[in-house]
Write a protein that binds this ligand. Sequence first.
Ligand SMILES: CC(C)(COP(=O)(O)OP(=O)(O)OC[C@H]1O[C@@H](n2cnc3c(N)ncnc32)[C@H](O)[C@@H]1OP(=O)(O)O)[C@@H](O)C(=O)NCCC(=O)NCCS
Length: 381
Amino acid sequence: MTEGFATQEIARGLKDVVLDTTETSFIDGAAGKLLYNGYNIHDLAEQSTFEEVTFLLWHKRLPTRSELDRFDVRLKASRTLPPPIIAVIRLVPQAHPMDALRTAVSALAAFDPDASDVSEEARLRKATRITAQVPTIMAAHDRIRQGKDPVAPIDTLSHTANFLYMLHGKEPDEDAARAIDIDLILHAEHGSNASAFAARVTASTESDLHSAIVSAIGTLKGPRHGGAAEAVMRMVEEIGEVDRVDEYIQHMLAEGRRIMGMGHRVYKVEDPRARHMRERARLLGEKLGQPKWYQILQRIVEVTTPLRARGISLNVDFYAGAVYYLLGIPEDLFICMFAMGRVPGWCAQVFEHWRDNVLIRPLLHYTGPMDLEYVPLDQRE
Ligand SMILES: CC(C)(COP(=O)(O)OP(=O)(O)OC[C@H]1O[C@@H](n2cnc3c(N)ncnc32)[C@H](O)[C@@H]1OP(=O)(O)O)[C@@H](O)C(=O)NCCC(=O)NCCS
């Protein structure tokens, strides 16, 4: 075995390479089907909560009422950040929220009481804390950068409602909290996506959970992964009016540019998650007297019909941006919303990987020069 000249075909981007087995999510890209631990995403989006889905992903079964209550108590008890983490956030007020989130999650490792405990119980406690603390970090950073004080979490609200409360300083109404809860459920897990893969690579070296989540956050940040919801909303705002959609999109397509919120490595039909965000974007737009954004999105769908024949359809982020926008979530926080939803899935995959760990270390095919003569520094021209 050499790391040099590959004898087998190179799978650039690891496209179509099967890394391992999983019980966490099942994706049928041709049928547009997504299951978490066997449960259809439509049932979970319609009937479950983010807390319940998090339990499902970590324990591979739905909780009983009392198990869910106990888990909820633990999540709520973990929301408050250690004061030094607030100090760290205060040091980076102008940072992009994803950079602030990555920095703060990394710093959290230094204050985690289970930092050096690698037992399964300690890993679950750490995952619970990270899941509970991510929204607190996001809200605290957003307030600090506006020159306001962070709003302390309260334990009378759900995970999602408490996040909106900490962000805006007032309790959200039921529709707002439910829309975001559904959004988080839809984002919670999704096979071997780039950020979950990054988390697994880090975990495979027997590094710690915080490091794996930091790797995942850094990987999610790129526009080809987590940045799509923000890009879609920027595009929609730039278009501005429904009667400008056709010209704008035709121009983009003619230039060979990608339409954000469309296309997926696995789905070749509509992403099953898009349906739920479409409904929320429509309902919220009507309720808040701002139907225009939904109408623009629907016209974009019509104008891009030729892309469907090439397997480029709507993904989960196409409507998510409009939902966030309507709920007053700042655009540069959109990608953090994805991270907030995905933390349980990253943790679930890391747990799964650790149950039968194997170091992830592929090979590269070398195409550079060979056996060059080394010329000492002072003799080089
Ligand atoms: C998600 C994504 C990276 C997956 O792409 P992929 O499986 O790696 O496919 P490729 O990037 O190789 O694209 C294949 C072809 O489809 C085209 N394509 C892919 N997504 C497209 C889009 N959103 N709009 C227009 N064309 C697109 C590419 O230009 C390429 O065309 P070509 O073969 O003529 O060069 C890609 O669809 C994309 O960039 N989408 C927009 C960003 C987005 O919404 N990301 C969120 C994902 S949940």
